[in-house]
Design a protein around this ligand. Sequence first.
Ligand code: MOS
Length: 697
Amino acid sequence: MTTTGQQPTARSTVGRSVERIEGTAKVTGAARYAFEVPAEGALYGWLVTSTVASGRITAINHTRALADPEVVAVLDHTTAPRLAEVGDTELQIMQSDQVRFHGQVIAVVVAGSPEAAREAAGRIDVTYEQRTHTVVLDGQSPDVYVPELVNGLNEPAVTEDGDVDREFGNSAVVVDGEYTTPPEHTAPLEPHAALARWDGGDLLLYYSDQGPYTTAEMLAPLLGIPRERVRVVAEHIGGGFGSKFVPRALPVAAALAARIVGRPVKAALTRQQMFALNGHRSETRQRVRLGADRDGRLRALEHTALMHTSRSMEFVENTATSSRMMYSSAAQRTLHRVGRLDIPTPSFMRTPGHAPGMFGLETAMDELAVRLGIDPIELRRRNQPDVDATNGLPFSSHGLLECLRVGAQRFGWTDRAPYRRGRWLIGSGVAASTHPDYTFPAKATVRIDDDGRISARVAGSDIGTGARTALTQLVAEEFGLPVSQVDVRIGDSAFGVAPPAGGSAGTSSWSWPLLTAARQIRERIEAAGGAIPVGGLEVAADSTDDLAKRPSLARHTFGAQFAEVWVHADTGEVRVERLYGTFAAGRIINARTARSQLLGGMVMGVGMALTEIGELDREFGDFANHDLASYHIPSNADVRDLRADWIDEVDDQLNPAGVKGIGEVGIVGTAAAIGNAIHHATGVRLRRLPFRIEDVR
Ligand code: MOS
């Protein structure tokens, strides 16, 4: 007999640095990713993609592909099973002869080996009737419009509060700038991979997926089968960055192919295909206007943004939404517009909206500080809001000023005069960071066995964040047990409703029902005098009702990014010598994996600042640089003294775990901090990402 409910903190690992539970399995190859799941008799699918950006398939001939006896089937729009109309053109593959973008899935070859499928894919003969395409955004085009909503949680595309024009008229100083950010791509190490297996009318899909439960919810109606007949398993995932947040063509292709051949089918994207078939971050063209008094107090704030979407579907990067809540201002206006292009529909990429939008706002804030001769930290202090202007709600906690204060100390902000060392011009910059704290309803089951061991199930996923380890620590803490006594299983849609790993909402959402169920078990055993019932005890919990009872408050993570840059006086080369981030994110569950999340976000911010750009080629109608040799992400030599820390923030208005989101906030503000430091070092103000040598000189 084991007793539980000892002092919960006695052996708690919460807050400490804990190794990833699956760390050894991952580095030894024991951890199985979707493509590696054994499947007897499996065939291999290879995606055939369009070579025109817009048009119609007039003929598609499989004869030469089928000549290889290893090739079992070819699916195209004439032979693929019909899918239901679900309003998602990225999922509805091979349903018509229409080509909407270069790289669209037009056929799937199924063969006995990936090599045979790939070779045969090259022998599919396709002719097209080509239409003219447009892949370059033109703000004057009739294809540009103001949508109703931006992506995310029903936030309007347009807001206006107060008399903006009058307040600009009353402002002693107005900063007015145009800021642009390019299309950007996610680059998870593990390309999207799927193994689909039908058993009668039941689909079992192993998929590298941020959201197994939500994927099952989306695929069931598409495939015209009841929800309970789809199960999605995603045990290990090699990165997602938003590209695996919602399913797109690949899992559908695998499911359709498996249904046609009556055998399991494995399929994966190539690195090159990922650039068209995963979504990408839209480019943004922003205008930020700030009107202020001489003492720096904002009177008017206006943030407008133009993005692209695809011809067939609307995705509106929420570029200006953080400007609605960051600072206090007498009047504010935000506006999003989108233009339709003949390209794949953009999608969620790490910190959608906030990452590009805060580049605009935080650069403009620096410009205002310089113009007024006010320290940029002091300027932000003077504009600290009392409430979230988006909804008038008070903040559950607001750590920005503390992050700026502590971050400034760690960085050594006070003696920040620019200086020169040899041919290097050295300067420093700061920017604020923020991300909303979302928590979504979830279900979980916790069980205690006779021997006192705890097991738990929740349909979350660990895309590399350390979520599995954090959840295990939290459950272990609830029982006062070491993590080795607790087994938390995730990554299976059969475990019940749960949000995807996205929106930095995973740990807060998934831990809620886990902790509720764990507490109920603990209390029942305590009530029984510490005895575990024979056969153990299992409790399921659902956070829906508790979440609905939570008071209405504005919940946000904040942070401050400090950068020191060295700019070469002759070449214009920019080196980010130091980048320090300080964050306020509620309770930190695992110091090691939390720091990695924040650092990883900051490295993405370095990429945003200096290297990342998806180059849309006008003639070819696609991203010209669709691999990691030509789409540049920072490497070790680009990342020098990089540090992430946090302040102790206790916020009991969040969720039972007391956590805020940490997955995405690290990227926000980084590019602006680097740009502001470049200005400090050189006097050159950069408003276009990525910063390039020719812009600095
Ligand atoms: Mo995401 S864009 O991985 O929340």
